[in-house]
Design a protein around this ligand. Structure first.
Ligand code: ASP
Ligand code: MG
Length: 416
């Protein structure tokens, strides 16, 4: 007998028919003798609908009330699923985040879980009940409802799995696993049977939408075995593991992620002296804008060009801030470009191989794609390019690293 936490996303609970299908799936595992905790999202589109409603009432609605509003979406689906399970003769109870003591800080809209008291859930499980929990929500220590950020039901599920020491946390979604890249862009994309937790973290934070980044961080911290699979065609999906294969079997690159949400700002001709970088970036971070890549280049006239990227939504604000810094630093000018995209190749295999960057840059060069910015980590290389070349870049990299076949080496050829 195992304890499973299963999370079903919005498209998996989009209507009564889908909720019945989820109930069938849960009932099957329960009848096999497993203890089941189910975490649900709101019906697909519902959170957006609620946010749009709030926007019609107040353009800058109070964050506490927004969380009160958007948390209702998940209450609808959990109650319906409990009913569907009852209909199948299974004892089940639905709970809000507060009812099962998912305690968070009080940062509305992006609250962090600080504690979970799993006792209530355990008591139900011991009585052979299926426990159905609303994803995405918690309460702060004053009992206010909070939400965990978009896609936050993934984090609820992983956190519950950690608190309950579940045997596995299964994330059911509308894709059947983690792919080498977005199959809508590259039809030869291949589903991965396994991926390491570190790779998953890099992919998620580089734009792969399959799991909320924070849920992956949580899984890493508490070593929760995670699996991503489809509720439409259940199969073994992709397992996120904590073991790395030996470097011989390890493919060089496991996947490619991308983000279209990039904008680039450059302040040209600032004095090359200590303190300049912090003078430029301080006001940007004070405005709660997340900076991604940073590049600084010293010219031979003793000045430097300072470039960084921000999310597109923060482009105008960042540009305005930078214009005023430029004046005070006597910089030559500010250059800004909102049509940027980032492509990242990720793989633990690159830790033990040189030359991955060369393969990547060559592939892009062969397509005439200009690289604007580069950044690297131990297991990731990211480039920023003009967004009109994004799909071409992804397809050429998928090919260069032979990701549609299993196993590759530095030259992109299959290992013998
Ligand atoms: N319903 C929330 C959202 O749409 C949470 C989730 O689906 O994970 O972001
Ligand atoms: Mg979702």
């Amino acid at each position: 007998m195992s304890l499973f936490v299963e999370k079903y996303g919005g498209t998996s609970v989009a209507d009564a028919e889908r909720i019945n299908a989820v109930a069938d799936n849960v009932a099957k595992s329960h009848q096999q003798g497993h203890q089941m905790v189910v975490v649900l999202s709101a019906m697909s589109g519902e959170t957006n609908r609620l946010l749009a409603l709030a926007d019609q009432i107040h353009p800058d609605a109070d964050a506490r009330e927004v969380d009160m509003l958007v948390s209702t979406g998940e209450q609808v689906t959990i109650a319906l699923l409990a009913m569907a399970l009852h209909h199948r003769g299974i004892d089940a109870r639905s709970y809000t985040g507060g009812q099962v003591n998912i305690l968070t800080d009080n940062v509305y809209g992006k609250a962090r879980i600080v504690d979970i008291d799993a006792q209530r859930i355990r008591t139900d499980l011991e009585q052979n009940r299926v426990v159905v929990v609303a994803g995405f929500q918690g309460v702060d220590n004053e009992g206010n409802i909070t939400t965990l950020g978009r896609g936050g039901s993934d984090t609820t599920a992983v956190a519950l799995a950690a608190a309950l020491s579940a045997d596995e946390c299964k994330i059911y979604t509308d894709v059947d696993g983690v792919y080498t890249c977005d199959p809508r862009i590259e039809p030869n994309a291949r589903r991965l049977d396994k991926i390491t937790f570190e790779e998953m973290l890099e992919l998620a934070s580089s734009g792969a939408k399959v799991l909320q980044t924070r849920s992956v961080e949580f899984a890493g911290k508490y070593r929760v075995p995670l699996r991503v699979l489809s509720s439409f065609a259940p199969d073994q999906g992709t397992l996120i593991t904590f073991e790395e294969n030996s470097s011989m079997e390890q493919p060089l690159i496991s996947g490619i992620a991308y983000s279209k949400d990039e904008a680039k700002l450059t302040i040209v001709g600032v004095p090359d002296e200590p303190g300049v970088a912090s003078k430029i970036l301080e006001p940007i971070s004070a405005a709660h804008i997340n900076i991604d890549m940073i590049v600084q280049n010293v010219g031979d006239d003793g000045t430097t060009d300072f470039t960084f990227t921000v999310p597109r939504a923060d482009f105008e604000t960042s540009r305005n801030i930078l214009e005023s810094i430029a004046k005070s630093l006597l910089a030559k000018e500010v250059r800004a470009d909102i049509n940027m995209a980032k492509v990242s190749v990720v793989g633990v295999g690159m830790r033990s191989h040189a030359g991955v960057a060369t393969t990547m840059f060559k592939a892009l060069a062969q397509e005439g794609i200009n690289i604007i910015l580069i950044s690297t980590s131990e297991i990731k290389i990211s480039v920023v390019i003009d967004d009109k070349y994004l799909e071409l870049a992804i397809r050429s990299l998928h090919k260069a690293f032979q990701l549609d076949e299993s196993g590759n080496d530095i030259t992109g050829k299959k290992q013998q």
